[in-house]
Design a protein around this ligand. Structure first.
Ligand code: SAM
Ligand code: SF4
Length: 327
């Protein structure tokens, strides 16, 4: 599918739950109101939407949340998505806490890669950020996943006054492993508005000072808007997802499906198309439902704006929280 600006849209992120086993302060602090369970799409509904999307041109799915692995049957869903004709890749974004226990099932389901969120290597700081003492479980998952031969990328959000100084440690951690680390700028979505981001421009400057010969790593590293660099002798690369100032929108290839079935053309804005309402209609036949889902998908593609405006004070109209959208 092509959007109004000529971009090919072939990637869909699917948030399968807004529940989570961590309480990251910028995403889901204690006491957050949750989406009623009855509003959350069933796996059957998700697969129906995904199959219609694949027929319309979506080739890659990312399963996200909330924490996707707290939803029972997540590996089965991965397997079902992989079986859809035309689907080339299914990946997962997880906090990694439960990952080691699901590795065999995810591998058998054909999972193509995992993004694991890790903002710090310090146990106390981990607990301050996530509200839970789970760092060791996550580190175990990272190593076991890589050993299993599943592609791993780490996602790291730096916050001023908390873990900002840890970027070097995280780069060294992944440099010793065949794992990429990507620094994602904290975005003013949901509770992210309350904390101060570290800008990737600053990080890159420091990295260039340390490694004057640093060069962009042009190899394709996935579906995302990250710009990658490789450090001398390192096994993994360092990526920068500069949501706040980097206008990576020219290469945007994605739609987002929220846990209650809203299709989002862009993370920054509240506009959405309700595909959940279509898949829950009673009394229409399968072909008619598929047609309506595909019309909704094309409408969402048409609504994709030219670019985000995260950098503008009033630029963000999205009021939903990240747990519902899936990052
Ligand atoms: N629970 C999973 C995880 O943590 O990877 C998947 C969902 S989580 C919402 C997806 C990603 O969004 C995580 O890497 C998280 O750090 C990031 N995230 C959450 N809120 C954010 C914000 N306001 N700005 C930037 N990234 C954010
Ligand atoms: Fe949960 Fe992921 Fe949000 Fe942290 S970032 S609270 S792990 S959904």
């Amino acid at each position: 599918m092509r959007d109004t600006y000529g971009r090919t849209i072939d990637y869909m992120r699917i948030s399968i739950t807004d529940r989570c086993n961590l309480r990251c302060r910028y995403c889901m602090p204690d006491g957050v109101e949750l989406v009623p369970m009855s509003d959350i799409l069933t796996f059957e509904e998700i697969v129906r939407i995904a199959a219609a999307a694949a027929e319309a041109g979506i080739r890659k799915f990312k399963v996200t949340g909330g924490e996707p692995l707290v939803r029972l049957g997540c590996p089965d869903l991965v397997g079902e998505l992989k079986q859809i004709p035309g689907v080339e890749q299914v990946t997962l974004t997880t906090n990694g806490v439960l990952l080691s226990g699901y590795l065999d099932r995810l591998y058998e389901a054909g999972l193509d890669g995992v993004n694991i969120s890790l903002d710090t290597l310090n146990r106390q700081t981990y607990e301050k950020i996530t509200g839970r003492d789970e760092l060791n479980e996550v580190l175990k998952s990272i190593d076991l996943t890589a050993e299993k031969g599943i592609l791993v990328k780490l996602n790291c959000v730096l916050q001023k006054g908390l873990n900002a100084h840890e970027w070097g440690d995280l780069i060294r951690f992944t440099g010793e492993r065949p794992i990429d680390v990507r620094f994602i700028e904290l975005m003013p979505i949901g509770f992210g508005r309350k904390f101060e981001a570290v800008y990737n421009e600053e990080l890159l400057e420091k990295l260039h000072t340390l490694y004057p010969d640093l060069e962009p790593d042009e190899r394709v590293h996935g579906n995302g808007p990250a710009v990658y660099y490789r450090l001398p002798g390192a096994k993994g690369s360092v990526g920068f997802i500069s949501a706040m100032h980097g206008k990576f929108c020219a290469n945007c290839n994605r739609l987002r499906l929220t846990s209650r079935g809203l299709l989002k053309p862009c993370l920054c804005y509240e506009d959405s198309v309700d595909v959940g309402g279509i898949v829950r209609q009673k009394g229409i036949d399968g072909d008619e439902m598929k047609k309506q889902i595909q019309e909704a998908i094309r409408q969402a593609v048409t609504l994709k704006p030219e670019c985000h405006s995260f950098e503008a004070p009033d630029g963000v109209t999205e009021q939903k929280r990240m747990i519902e959208i899936g990052g």
